[in-house]
Design a protein around this ligand. Structure first.
Ligand code: EPZ
Length: 422
């Protein structure tokens, strides 16, 4: 089975360039379906979630050319209502295509994108917003059929009951070519939404309130071809900040989106990291014992990102003096503490209660055999192996490759002894 082998215990030293953002590029790929022409995307991360999305788009008659980290997407002939079922199951983010496809082709038939181990991940907010825009959605046992009756989608005034990144993205995509004005209130403000809106505005969309929780999108007749550079991945950068906190040492991250990482860098500095930011270069030095974070609570942006909760749980497992305990509260997903049993196998002292874990720092973790079950938890287990004594094998590398181009190569550049193994 695919795995990563790590010989832990080294303090980190080195530099790594941060890849393009998975959670920015996926909705932007969906946005290219709105454009009757060819778009060029630069700095695309070479990760399996992107590979899946490209296969899905090719099944919808997009013509895609890849040159290094550049993608050329020709969506002139987008057609077809049917999303291949196997891709939808593997690729939750296929739901990102819904709004754009409806705006372009007027109909979509797809299976419900399954949940995953971190939570049920329903799509009710996506569907209710689209229904308000005039989409007829017939729900069946395992999927749904959505159609616009060959009419343009209608602009709406919509307030999300709670913040959803994906539902915000879907409605922005549906609204860009809609008839009239769409006002989205209580919209997500994640940097990935800002990147999507930036891309659309460059293609000729009319969007106000970018970066805020209130977006006003005036539908336009058409969008034009555009070249866009995918921004750096703040979660990958935060993962390597957590690596320095877990292993100690001094590292430099280049092309890091520092300005999107305030909550992460604040948490790292509270744990004793010395941080220096200069444009898109980020230096982190962790000397001496890390301090325990009394409380870490995940939240919507600009709060602490849920996607870095697991990596910081690993770092906190090794922080603090003599039985100081920290609490992590997960407020976004219902089941995102699944790495706890794996960290316990290494000697971590963690107890769970509902949406909280209580972690007491230990002096060291013991290397052992671990199993990843999902993307961010898998990355956190690799960090634990890098900090632990002895050898650690993390099975389920394919989960990690969904979002990290080559975590082994990156961590090796920072001084970790690790390699892919089968
Ligand atoms: C996006 O997922 C990201 N994925 C996630 O990153 C990230 O953790 C999440 O936003 C929160 O920031 C991508 O961008 C591809 P949500 P998304 O809709 O859009 C509930 C990673 O590791 N909800 O903001 O699915 C939902 O169950 C991934 O890169 C509904 O109830 O997240 C969750 O509890 C993991 N109904 C909460 O809202 C809906 O219709 C937030 O979900 C939609 C969501």
């Amino acid at each position: 089975m695919d795995a990563i082998q790590i010989y832990g215990g080294n303090r980190l030293k080195g530099q790594v360039r941060i890849q393009g953002s998975k959670n920015a590029v996926l909705p932007i790929l969906a946005a290219t379906l709105l454009i009757n022409g060819t778009c060029k995307l630069e700095n695309c991360p070479d990760i399996s979630d992107v590979h899946h999305m490209l296969r899905l788009m090719e099944s919808l008659c997009c013509v895609i050319e890849k040159k290094g980290h550049c993608l050329f997407i020709n969506a002139k002939e987008v057609s077809g209502c049917d999303m291949p079922p196997d891709s939808v199951c593997v690729m939750r983010s296929s739901i990102m295509l819904l709004g754009a496809l409806l705006a372009r082709t007027g109909c979509v038939r797809m299976q419900y994108p399954g949940g995953c181990v971190i939570g049920r991940r329903p799509i009710d907010l996506h569907l209710s917003g689209l229904r308000k825009m005039g989409v007829r959605i017939e729900e069946r046992e395992d999927g749904f059929f959505a159609e616009t009756g060959n009419r343009k989608l209608c602009g709406i005034h919509h307030r999300f009951p709670f913040v959803s990144v994906g539902a915000t993205e879907n409605l922005v995509l549906a609204a860009a070519l809609a008839d009239g004005v769409t006002v989205l209130e209580n919209a997500a403000k994640e940097p990935e939404i800002t990147a999507l809106c930036d891309f659309l505005v460059r293609a000729g969309a009319d969007i106000e309130g970018i970066g805020t929780g209130r977006l006003v999108i005036r539908g336009v007749e058409r969008l034009h071809e555009v070249t866009y550079r995918v921004p750096a991945d703040r979660i990958v950068a935060g993962t390597y900040v957590a690596a320095a906190l877990s292993c100690g040492g001094e590292i430099c991250l280049t092309e890091a989106p520092c300005r999107q990482m305030d909550a992460v860098l604040c948490a790292a500095s509270c744990m004793g990291a010395e941080i220096c930011e200069e444009e898109d270069r980020l230096w982190i030095a962790c000397r001496g014992k890390r301090r325990m974070l009394p409380v870490l609570r995940t939240d919507i942006y600009p709060g602490f990102p849920t996607d870095l909760q697991s990596a910081f749980l690993t770092a906190m497992s090794l922080a603090g003096e003599d039985s100081v305990t920290g609490v992590i509260e997960e407020t976004i997903f219902e089941d995102r503490f699944r790495i706890v049993p794996e960290l316990r196998k290494m000697g971590a002292k963690i107890t769970c209660r509902d949406c909280r874990v209580f972690v007491t720092g230990v002096r060291y973790l013991e290397g052992t055999v671990l199993k990843a079950e999902e993307l961010r938890g898998g990355a956190a287990l690799v960090l634990a192996g890098a900090a632990a004594k002895g050898e650690t094998i993390v099975y389920g590398r394919h989960y990690i490759e969904r979002g990290y181009e080559d975590i082994c190569q990156d961590l090796s550049a920072l001084g970790v002894r690790c390699r892919k193994t089968d």
